[in-house]
Design a protein around this ligand. Sequence first.
Ligand code: SF4
Ligand code: SF4
Length: 394
Amino acid sequence: MNNRLYSKGQLLSLEACTGCAACAEACPAVAASGDGRLSGFYRLDWRRRAGRAGWLRRLLGGRPPDGEEWRAFSETVFRCTLCGNCAEVCPAGIGLKDLWLNLRQELVEQGAYPAKVDMIREHLAQSRNVFGEDQEERAEWVEDLDEPPDDLFVKERAEVVYFTGCVASFFPLAQQIPIALAEVLRAAGVDFTLLGEDEWCCGFPLLGAGNLPAAREMMEHNLAAVKAKGSRQVVFACPSCYMMWREHYPEAGLRLSHATQFLDGLLSQGRLPLKERKLTVTYHDPCDLGRAARIFEEPRRVIRALPGVELKDLADNREHCLCCGGGGNLEMIDQPLNAEIARRKVEQVLATGAEAVVSGCQQCLRTMATHARRNKLPLKVMDVAQLVRASLDI
Ligand code: SF4
Ligand code: SF4
């Protein structure tokens, strides 16, 4: 037991749970697995009982859990997408998502965690990216542009740094996002640079794996790399990188924007030449961009600004948007559960009748596109940056 990992407020919040089970009803992992032990309600109850000590344990009885019980409990904690829907609906206002991160850290310190967590840590320690790939290949996607620039978008100094993130840098399907965004930034005349091999993982997967100390090393490196470019602004197409920088990096006087905010700005300044393109789309609010960062309107403004593009909202949208299954390292820990959450999500997407689902996150793109492709569904899956690129009149 390690209560020092929790703030006083968090420890008190363990006692604030009324047992209403709203978190269980809102949880995509519970819905997809039918297993109530994946709910916030179950975890809080278990952790509260496990945490009893001294006079409280003598008064209320029970014995502390043994190592095997902690390991079984950890299975429920890591089978979670960190979507934050439980925190969104909790009537007691318990900060459940932050609790899950601290709980993961506690479990890792106790040695009670799924074996795949070690793989994430090893990849990041050795290669500085979540896939264990060679860092020199981090910006190789630039060569896939129709007209790659001579400097491959890696400049000595620039006004803006485009922080690409691991998934979009290395995963072929997701590489379409930086390719599109780089072309849009170039069309708008933005003075931007990539960090190239000096871009390390933002550290978020380490936080999700319960390893904050290792994440700090990543943060310090990335901050120094941005400062070396003399940049005042950093743009992210990955909501998890964006939130990691916004919530966990030390304050450094940098302006941080998600790509949808940046594109919204470029469009409102009339910096992008657009052509008409008929397409009906629906928009999926990524958990880290919507519920976590509260960025709901900018992506919708961008979509509506594109001539000929019609937006149909999902039945569950904005802060109530259903998770796609792609977060919380769940894909590595329980792939069938990840796939079932994606199936349920795509079912709701198809019900809108839209030709394409647009998101603002490479992990949502990967998750939904993989499901659509495996099941031969007539659905385009794309990022907002790709949608804007396709409407560029260049
Ligand atoms: S963060 Fe999402 S997946 Fe995890 S317990 Fe809460 S609702 Fe369920
Ligand atoms: S929604 Fe909040 S109060 Fe209700 S059971 Fe879940 S954690 Fe407890």
